[in-house]
Design a protein around this ligand. Structure first.
Ligand code: GTP
Ligand code: MG
Length: 182
């Protein structure tokens, strides 16, 4: 079993805790309370890849130790404690809030300056895509804009919905695969 430390960063109310709860407990709460300080959860997944020297395909178990940080400004100074020594970071924004993408970009800059991206897999995550229905579309951040930015910065990128669960597992699977390869 491989073990990796993963941290979530991003503005308050973008849905960091909701993404973690969807992944760990497969549940969603419309009235989730804002995180105080940080919360710790863990979850394992199986990925398939080549297994040791035999080169045969098999399942590898990956355990994520997840630090869900608080996005409120007053907790900002705690973040380095959680991203230090992290193997992966999910930098989350809300596709219905333009400011949240700007905040996410400033987290990416901070991670690159303080941790360095050789050692850290960074994934940009646009949450709340369930609010982008055709009849009442609240989207303000276009996929293309975020995807171009992610590509330019060498980040993984996914759009997800913690509410419906869309895309959430995929984030952790692709981070797991990327960490496993390196
Ligand atoms: P902080 O802990 O303050 O940093 O916020 P957070 O990023 O952890 O956000 P949280 O998960 O608490 O979610 C904030 C609000 O957005 C809650 O009311 C959630 O129910 C709602 N929410 C989270 N994810 C989604 C989503 O995918 N779709 C919709 N429609 N609402 C969501
Ligand atoms: Mg939270």
């Amino acid at each position: 079993m491989l073990q990796f430390k993963l941290v979530l960063l991003g503005d308050s109310s973008v849905g960091k805790s909701s993404i973690v709860y969807r992944f760990v407990k497969d549940s969603f709460d419309e009235f989730r309370e804002s995180t105080i300080g940080a919360a710790f959860l863990s979850q394992t997944i199986k990925i398939s890849g080549s297994n040791g020297s035999s080169g045969e395909l098999g399942d590898t178990v990956i355990k994520f130790e997840i630090w869900d940080t608080a996005g409120q400004e007053r907790y900002k100074s705690l973040a380095p404690m959680y991203y230090r020594n992290a193997n992966a970071a999910l930098v989350v924004y809300d596709v219905t809030q333009q400011d949240s993408l700007i905040k996410a970009q400033s987290w990416v800059n901070e991670l690159k300056n303080k941790v360095g991206d050789e050692d850290l897999v960074i994934c940009l995550v646009g949450n709340k895509v369930d609010l982008c229905d055709d009849d009442e579309n609240k989207r303000v951040v276009e996929s293309r804009e975020a995807q171009d930015y992610a590509q330019e910065q060498g980040l993984l990128f996914y759009e997800v919905s913690a509410k419906t669960g869309f895309g959430v597992r995929k984030i952790f699977e692709s981070i797991g695969e990327k960490l496993y390869e390196t």
